[in-house]
Design a protein around this ligand. Structure first.
Ligand SMILES: [Zn+2]
Length: 340
């Protein structure tokens, strides 16, 4: 059974994310009453080291101590992992891969997420917001699982850069997309003040909306992308951003390219002589059907790995573990959508 409260425990708003465990448990739902009844669902700390959501929510709640413009339900995610500033504990699954989906998982976390989803569906949320951080320097962006106008408008309140995505499965925003406009917001590096401010501003804007069908002030410079391809580095290739006596020395600060249109010739890394002489391409680019399309995007020239065509990369990370575990980056494709 998940725990539900109708007010915040005393003193909670004074705590940093790593101290929340002293007053609240994992998966606690807190329902706060506001002037307009239909609630906004806010999910924070599904990943324990991504605490911008709590910082911004605290600022918002401190600003509206007398009355909220609209009711709110907060889901406190992985408070135990937040205690140690880690994404999840060793014995835990990824919370944001455990929500209801066609996979129909059956473990304690998935059952809890199903319970939260069923409970919230009955409350007919006005919108659902799941707040995250990421490990590379990206412009703050929002992720949506539907291109319906209400989803686009909701996402636009946070950022003019949006990603439409349908995988991975088991994420919160996709589960809630079945019954309300929902968004995942990615606020850059954990705790960075610009991300906290942008998220706070987003909450202020969102809580003052009466409907999401027409949101005044949404401009035409919004950019919506979808993931077209994934760039991985072959596991047998040793990589570093600092060392030069290695198979592939990646360009320092490569993550500044995130969401920029880069041109043919842009250098991603320097290959050691032996590999270059043998024309070993260290990257593997795959499309969504797992076809290998590396040749369309990268080439070897002058001992370097360079872009072969112009494209927009996203989520480039300098975290070697993240590169190994996940990928170096994604290649994005713009989608045309009409805003009104
Ligand atoms: Zn996350």
């Amino acid at each position: 059974m998940i725990k539900q409260l109708n007010s915040l425990p005393d003193g909670l708003l004074e705590l940093t994310a790593d101290k929340l465990y002293t007053k609240i448990d994992n998966h606690t739902l807190v329902h706060l009453n506001g002037k307009v009844q239909r609630p906004i669902f806010i999910s924070i700390l599904q990943h324990g080291d991504e605490y911008t959501g709590w910082d911004a929510l605290k600022d918002y709640l401190n600003n509206h101590q007398h009355q909220l413009p609209r009711s709110m339900t907060i889901l406190f995610g992985n408070i135990q992992a937040a205690r140690f500033n880690v994404r999840q504990l060793d014995n835990q699954p990824d919370f944001n891969r455990s929500w209801p989906s066609y996979l129909n998982l059956n473990d304690p976390t998935a059952n809890t997420m199903r319970e939260v989803t069923d409970l919230m569906k009955l409350r007919k949320p006005f919108a659902s917001v799941d707040i995250h951080n990421n490990s590379g320097r990206n412009p703050h962006y929002s992720g949506i699982n539907s291109l319906d106008q209400e989803f686009l408008n909701l996402a636009s309140l946070f950022s003019d850069t949006m990603i439409y995505f349908t995988s991975p499965v088991g994420i919160q925003s996709a589960a809630f997309a079945e019954f309300c406009p929902s968004v995942t917001v990615e606020c850059g590096l954990s705790g960075a003040s610009d991300g906290t401010e942008q998220t706070h501003t987003f909450l202020e804007l969102l809580f003052n909306q009466y409907n999401l069908k027409n949101v005044p002030g949404i401009l035409e410079h919004q950019r919506v992308f979808k993931i077209h391809a994934t760039v991985k580095i072959k596991p047998e290739i040793d990589i570093s951003f600092e060392q030069d006596n290695i198979d592939l020395e990646l360009v320092k600060d490569l993550d500044v390219l995130n969401f920029h249109q880069i041109q043919s010739g842009e250098v991603f890394g320097k290959l050691n002589k032996q590999l270059f002489d043998n024309q070993v391409m260290p990257f593997v680019v795959t499309d969504k059907n797992n076809n290998i399309i590396t040749d369309e995007y990268f080439k070897l020239a002058d001992g370097k790995v360079c872009c072969k065509s112009s494209f927009v990369p996203a989520m480039i990370t300098q975290n070697i573990q993240a590169i190994r575990h996940d990928c170096l980056c994604y290649i994005m494709q713009p989608i045309d959508v009409a805003f009104n």
